[in-house]
Design a protein around this ligand. Structure first.
Ligand code: LU0
Ligand code: CA
Ligand code: CA
Ligand code: ZN
Length: 440
């Protein structure tokens, strides 16, 4: 386990800083004019993508201190023992320093410092779609694809189904994997392609995979945010873009953080921002983002005869090497709709999956509070055991959001066993704590 020290005594400077951050958070919530403008928080490529880079923010060691920073509208890239790493523009840095935060630049992390990946490394969105179509053509009884809707800019959002008799909706537990909610997290799209390859090549050759695909229906959504992916990846240098590409009405800002836009306790708890320019902008209302709505409608469409068919889910992100479970909106281990038995099952399966890939298992809010996340909605609203995996690297030194293409094969294969474990328990996740007779 990552050694969080929740009880570290607070220094006067720390208390002052936390108080200042809280005041600014209040001002932001009240719509006062202290927030940076859209162009400074989310620069247009011409205006200053070069100034966006990663910074270490010193002296933050508890979830409450990290949540205070995120209340200023900052997205936290990485949690360290006594600091965090963020991506920030020069204007963000000035704003945070004015609040008393100590920031130091992480060398080599500006988007323009990062060597563009070779086309053979990370798939573009179009290349990913082409590969999916090729796999489907090679395995027509095992793979079908469905356009579940279109992104804000009109790109297909695709769900790939993998099962025996894939064209038929059979009465088998369904498992969902979502990828690339955050634009710059390109390794997650590679993860979807890896899972597609492992499952299709293993069917008929590997007894365990054959049995799983005979008894489960697997859904992969390889890119929830294709507009963001294309915007980040296809201009010649990376843009460190996180959100979707939907303009906010009444503002010059572009983009909603899809993982703050889901419809459970949306905006409740200081785990997202109401400022359109923020990296964690939650949108004007829950499911306001085209892509959130498309995926939520797809999930609701899996309710058949009053029963949600999807039982288990992983949302792939980068980075940090973490296995996370709900709730994100509260530090409490249990909450409405999340009993001690539910929490025990979440934790047991989360820890077992982490045992296979060496990630750190923890409740999502051990990092910092998030609200409107996909995990909270899928569990509270749909009863789906929903995890987040934060993939490679563990820290910025491994390449942050842009690790070299040479790690793709190793770091996606690293999750094979966890994916199969989730499929195995999809018939009854409570089996992992021996409570199947009570709950399944
Ligand atoms: O959405 C996020 O902030 C995630 C973490 C949560 C799922 C708890 N981190 S990320 O944006 O860096 N992928
Ligand atoms: Ca089937
Ligand atoms: Ca089914
Ligand atoms: Zn993410």
């Amino acid at each position: 386990m990552r050694p969080f020290r929740r009880t570290r005594p607070s220094t006067p400077a720390r208390r002052a800083r936390t108080a200042a951050a809280a005041l600014v958070a209040l001002a932001l919530a009240a719509g006062l004019g202290t927030q940076a403008t859209a162009s400074s928080v989310s620069p247009s490529p011409a205006a200053g993508a070069a100034t966006v880079q990663q910074w270490e923010v010193a002296g933050l060691s508890t979830a409450a201190e990290r949540t205070a920073l995120s209340r200023t509208g900052t997205a936290i890239d990485e949690v360290r023992a006594d600091s965090v790493v963020i991506t920030a523009s020069a204007a963000d840095v000035r704003r945070l320093r004015a609040l008393g935060y100590e920031l130091s630049a992480l060398p080599g992390t500006a988007a323009t410092d990062i060597r563009p990946h070779a086309p053979s490394d990370y798939h573009t969105y179009a290349a990913a779609v082409a590969e999916i179509n090729a796999v489907r053509a090679a395995h027509p009884s095992l793979v079908t694809t469905r356009v579940i809707g279109r992104s804000y800019q009109g790109r297909d959002i695709i769900a790939v189904k993998i099962s025996d008799n894939a064209a038929t909706d059979e009465n088998e537990p369904e498992v969902l994997f979502t990828h690339n909610q955050h634009a710059r997290e390109h390794l997650t799209v590679e993860m979807a392609l890896r899972t597609l390859s492992v499952l299709t090549s293993g069917y008929g050759t590997n007894a365990r995979i054959t049995e799983l695909l005979n008894t489960r229906e697997v859904w992969l959504i390889p890119s929830v945010n294709p507009d963001g992916k294309v915007y980040d990846q296809e201009s010649g240098s990376f843009r460190s873009w996180r959100k979707n590409r939907q303009p906010t009405p009444g503002s010059s800002s572009v983009g909603t953080d899809l993982n703050r836009n889901w419809a459970y306790r949306w905006g409740c708890c200081g785990g997202s921002s109401g400022s359109a320019g923020s990296e964690t902008y939650r949108g004007p209302s829950a499911e306001s983002a085209t892509e959130t709505r498309v995926v939520a409608d797809f999930v609701r469409g899996r309710v058949i005869g009053g029963q949600q068919q999807i039982t288990a889910h992983i949302d792939f992100h980068t980075y940090g090497e973490l296995v996370l479970w709900p709730y994100g909106y509260t530090y409490n281990r249990t909450g409405p709709g999340l009993t001690a038995d539910d929490a025990a099952a979440f934790e047991a399966l989360g820890r077992q999956m982490a045992g296979t890939n060496g990630y750190t298992p923890q409740q999502s809010s051990d990092l910092y509070i998030t609200d409107g996340s996909i995990n909270d909605w899928l569990w509270a609203n749909q009863g789906i055991f929903s995890y987040t995996f934060e993939m490679y690297p563990r820290s910025a030194g491994g390449g942050g959001f842009y690790p070299p293409g040479s790690v793709i094969a190793r770091e996606t294969a690293r999750n094979d066993a966890a994916v199969l474990l989730l499929l195995e328990y999809a018939d009854c996740v409570y089996r992992i704590t021996g409570r199947q007779n009570t709950y399944c």
